[in-house]
Design a binder for this molecule. Structure first.
Ligand code: SF4
Length: 200
């Protein structure tokens, strides 16, 4: 797919998904360093994200921030992006067609950022990247190599941070997966609240 609509890592204008163009108030692009070692991939913007123009804000974002803080990382240390960049109406899941429409932008972002590790947050992004059905609770913490064009992308399956809000038992699963992700991407806790690349 053409990525002519992209300006670096950002999509400035796109009309490919009529229902999402109707429901969005803006395109929500990824945030974080353009050379991040660790990239978190969500499904798509919700109401808060659509309003603020940033992925994973609101309660889910707070859970993600807490898990990152636990391993000495800040949101600014990682990149966060979504499978679709526009808010679906009524917070429904994006359709296969919409995921496909936005796929080229995601692949371009992954190619340019070239993270050591992608963490898929929840069922939709996990199945989108792995291209198979995924039991996220069971597979959380598993690491797989995903083929993207001519690249292989190391990917860690994870539950959605919101799952910890509805089911307390998911909290450990989520926090453990984020800790493993920090470790695998070389961003393990430096012990001083700062990210550390000391082992590399
Ligand atoms: S979701 Fe992606 S492909 Fe669809 S309109 Fe938004 S930017 Fe374009």
């Amino acid at each position: 797919m053409s990525d002519d609509a992209m300006d670096g890592l950002c999509v400035r204008e796109c009309q490919r998904c009529p229902a999402l163009v109707e429901s969005r108030s803006r395109i929500v692009n990824g945030v974080g360093p353009d050379d991040a070692n660790l990239l978190f991939l969500g499904e798509g913007p919700g109401a808060n994200e659509d309003e603020q123009g940033e992925p994973f804000v609101g309660r889910s974002g707070s859970v993600l921030d807490d898990a990152l803080r636990e391993v000495g990382l800040a949101r600014a240390d990682v990149r966060i992006t979504n499978c679709v960049r526009c808010r679906p109406p009524e917070n429904r899941d994006p359709t296969k067609e919409e995921l496909g429409n936005c796929r080229g932008y995601l692949e371009r972002e992954l190619e340019l950022v070239a993270p050591d590790l992608v963490v898929t947050l929840g069922k939709v992004p996990s199945e989108h990247l792995l291209d198979r059905s995924v039991a996220v609770t069971k597979e959380a913490g598993d690491v797989v190599d995903v083929r993207l064009g001519d690249r292989s992308q190391r990917t860690l399956v994870c539950v959605h941070p919101a799952a910890t809000l509805y089911d307390g038992s998911q909290k450990e699963t989520f926090f453990d997966a984020v800790a493993k992700a920090a470790d695998l991407s070389g961003l393990a806790d430096g012990g001083d609240g700062q990210s550390s690349l000391g082992d590399f």
